[in-house]
Design a protein around this ligand. Structure first.
Ligand code: DC
Length: 462
């Protein structure tokens, strides 16, 4: 299940979709528009001309057709069997018929299952609908219930649809009130606030004001005080949602699986001693700055961190099977011996989307176990990405697998220590050189403290 689920439920035209999508963008989270799922099944059922009161026929439509959902340019696009039906989903007859899908228990059950499946593959998700906090995700960390006066909802919808004469607005309000009654009174997944939902009245508020309010609710309550969720600029990245039977293995799940395998491997061959994992923020733009002792370092740095990370590797490795494998676990190619602007842009954009990146500013593996002075280039990435920095030291990996050896020696003790976070605000105050000096010094001190504790001779860095 996702690390952080935020549900947004509420009546028709309460602004859920717009607010949820913007909130997801500001948090670097995935977004799920469950209303679009119900509408898509409605349209497919209408196209198949099935009996709207026959649950089995409706379920058959859901199972046989291929539905694909994506967030694009601030709106959810939907295709059925490859044909884009986004525009058709808002047709009045689809809106009117959605009530049949919404009240078919078997179809709801299946859609809720798909919603959970999708959430399971995401780190952070904002999901909106009618029953997200009550049925689909009763254990969600944050539950929001948006309301607004029916007259205001009708006015917003009228503006959206360009039907703004008094008669049209009156009709829209009547339809909205009818849909509210239908949503609230159906036997399955009825519209109702979860007991632990925060009710937010959006009457008289702009979309931005509502999004800011929700961000505050989320940030105020997050357990890790230093690490507020990111307030990033809206991202335009695509987020594929495939609530169909044709699920691809979600990337997140694959990453976790690969990380699990790496962990088993490392725990089998080495005596690992991680410390300070609680210093690593769960959310938000993050750079782990790590010393480089061996080939094992990206794995050693990443296996104890509870969030997925991105890594950099030299572009010549991205060939054949190895290339596909490292790409699948979030590795970004970087060209050596030149300022690779593309790689830098990718890292900054990943950070802006709220991801974590692991960097080794020494550039190459140590020749003697010591930490060489960091190159200052990483400062720009951290500042532009608005990232917190966590210093990480690895000690013992050099003994386990020094650069002059072809194979590692099993059984060595390896310490991995995560230091105290340097907030994005502090990072912004330093120039590249100062930041590089501070981190070189911090990591050297952490490494020597660790060595002294293990009865090893500290390195002489004078
Ligand atoms: O939010 P919307 O207007 O796009 O929703 C379309 C229909 O789907 C509406 O009739 C309510 C229904 N729905 C639902 O029953 N449960 C959800 N989680 C989402 C939508």
């Amino acid at each position: 299940m996702a690390n952080l689920i935020i549900t947004i439920d509420g009546p028709a035209a309460s602004g859920k979709s717009t607010v949820a999508r913007l909130l997801a963008e500001r948090l670097g989270a995935s977004f799920l528009d469950t209303g679009a799922m119900y509408r898509a099944v409605t349209l497919a059922a209408m196209q198949a001309d099935v009996n709207m009161n026959d649950q089995d026929q409706l379920l058959d439509v859901l199972e046989k057709r291929k539905f694909q959902f994506a967030a694009k340019n601030n709106k959810t696009t939907v295709s059925i069997d490859g044909a884009d039906v986004t525009e058709q989903l808002r047709l009045p007859e689809v809106t009117a018929n959605a009530k049949y899908i919404a009240s078919a228990a078997k179809v709801r059950e299946k859609l809720v299952e798909m919603q959970r499946q999708f959430a399971a593959g995401e780190e952070t998700i904002v999901t909106e609908g009618r029953d997200q906090g009550t049925v689909a995700f009763p254990d969600a960390r944050f539950k929001i219930y948006l309301i607004a006066q029916a007259s205001e909802r009708a006015r917003r919808r009228a503006i959206d649809e360009g039907r703004t004469s008094p008669n049209e607005i009156e009709q829209i309000q009547k339809d909205i009130e009818e849909r509210d009654a239908g949503d609230q009174n159906r036997a399955v997944g009825p519209l109702t606030p979860a007991a632990d939902a925060v009710v937010v009245d959006t009457t008289g508020s702009s979309v931005e004001e509502v999004v800011d309010k929700l961000l505050k609710i989320v940030n105020d309550k997050l357990p890790i005080t230093n690490h507020q969720l990111p307030v990033t600029s809206p991202s335009t990245s695509l987020r594929m949602v495939s609530p169909s039977n044709h699920y691809k293995l979600p990337k997140m799940r694959w990453f976790r699986f690969a990380r699990g395998l790496c962990k088993i491997f490392c725990l089998t061959f080495f005596k690992l001693h991680p410390e300070g994992r609680e210093n690593v923020p769960y959310h938000g733009p993050l750079v782990l700055i790590c010393n480089h002792q061996s080939f094992l370092d990206p794995v050693l740095c990443g296996i104890f961190v509870k969030r997925p990370l991105h890594f950099l590797a030299r572009s010549t490795l991205f060939r054949g099977l190895l290339g596909r494998l490292i790409t699948s676990v979030n590795t970004i190619p970087v060209r050596r011996d030149e300022a690779d602007l593309t790689a830098m842009r990718v890292v900054i954009s990943k950070l802006k989307q709220g991801h974590g990146v692991c960097l080794f500013p020494e550039g190459t593996r140590t020749r003697d176990g010591k930490i060489t002075a960091f190159k200052p280039g990483f400062g720009l990435l951290c500042r532009r990405g608005g990232a917190d920095i966590v210093p990480v030291i690895i000690d013992g990996a050099f003994e386990a697998w020094p650069r002059h050896k072809k194979l590692f020696s099993p059984g060595s003790r390896i310490d991995i220590r995560y230091g105290k976070v340097i907030s994005a605000a502090e990072v912004k105050k330093m120039d590249d050189r100062k930041l590089a000096e501070l981190l070189t010094e911090t990591l050297r001190k952490m490494q020597n403290d660790c060595r002294v504790e293990q009865g090893k001779k500290p390195f002489d860095y004078k």
